[in-house]
Design a protein around this ligand. Sequence first.
Ligand code: GLN
Length: 482
Amino acid sequence: MHKTIAELSNDLHAKKISSVELTQQFLERIKKLDKTLNSFITVTEEIALQDAKTADAQLAKGQASPLTGIPFAQKDIFCTQGSKTSCGSKMLDNFISPYDATVIKNFKKAGTVLLGKTNMDEFAMGSSNETSFYGPVKNPWNTDMVPGGSSGGSAAAVAAYLAPGATGTDTGGSIRQPAALCGISGLKPTYGRVSRYGMIAFASSLDQGGPFAKTAEDLALMMNVMAGFDERDSTSVDHPVPDYTATLNDSIQGLRIGLPKEYFGEGLESNVAKVIEAAIKEYEKLGATIHEVSLPNTTLSIPAYYVIAPAECSSNLARYDGVRFGHRCKDPIDLEDLYKRSRSEGFGSEVTRRIMVGTYALSAGYYDAYYLKAQKIRGLIRRDFIDAFKNVDVLMGPTTPSTAFKIGEKTNDPISMYLSDIYTIAINLAGLPAMSIPAGFVNKLPVGLQLIGNMFTEARLLNIAHSFQTATDWHTHTPEGF
Ligand code: GLN
């Protein structure tokens, strides 16, 4: 298997390799292999080599942190000072960010290397990476297939080892679903755990940044850098940040696993179900006990999400008006023409659809019927989880109902596309942490096991995932040719 972040960190600290050498190796892999995958929008070669030199100096002085000198890819939704931050949209194709997102700042402080910015669905709206202005990303396990979305570029880059780790954001599943479809590990933290400052907003009450890597251990190392209170984000939570690596090896003897019966019913492909059942058996062998639980409002999660997320996006995306930054149409005749043409030229069709749905749902006379109702449903969904966690420590089930689907297969059927997040969306509505880890394969395509925890139990989730990865080797498989 390609080396993990933990292994690369040991090599760097033992001076077996320099950060410049390591960075060059990844830049070469990107040059050679990303023509096929299209996982990067921008490769920041110069910045990367400069970062690597700085890191080598820190390593030489013995002032290095565990991640000093490690190259990372950042989703193109995080603002990076001085380089393009497009959010996958024509609207921001010309946008050079004047400041760093807090997440980027934290990675810088840790001495890491910025390899580049990864491809994504436009403004993080999508489940397949096909809505990107920069073209679809291919799944390294089978390049006819989607990598999932919206953080598909990050997931494909890590799966193909164009970066040992990457960031993503998850509003309704965009870390977990692509992690599952690309056969890697991904964590969506508790809402408020990772700063949203400088992370371009889609649906502010749902968006949350998190890490992708091959292993849970690597995710823990990344969380040590990413998590924490940020006074610049009013929804950031001032809650103690543990050392996420400290409890990785704790015993999971006696762990109570809840299986939500709604996650194993109609719509779940039978081969995927078999892989998940085998993974649960593995947990039993490790000393866990299994309990059936119910999340009765699961079927309401997609309808509620597709009112709340578009409503918030219609408000967040109002700032792209052609005036201050982003795309501006040529020769507007008046202000209205400037707004109209800049927006219709700058936004793709999925983003436009969401803005229209959201504007409708928030309009006078419809607010109570749609937005308010959806918020009430959100309360019910949260209650389901609170009740479930009275009797179990963690919930498990499939991350997605099927493995990766073909590029183009669902583009004309938004509802079937929306259904690929059926097992992930409720978690965002409830604000809980959850992750996806590789659990096996169906027809050579990866299957992800989802682990859902109670508020701020990321360290426990990582421990539970790490125990599985100590006993199995699904996370070590790599796609042929990469
Ligand atoms: N697929 C979902 C959507 O299109 C979730 C996207 C996300 O998590 N960013 O909205």
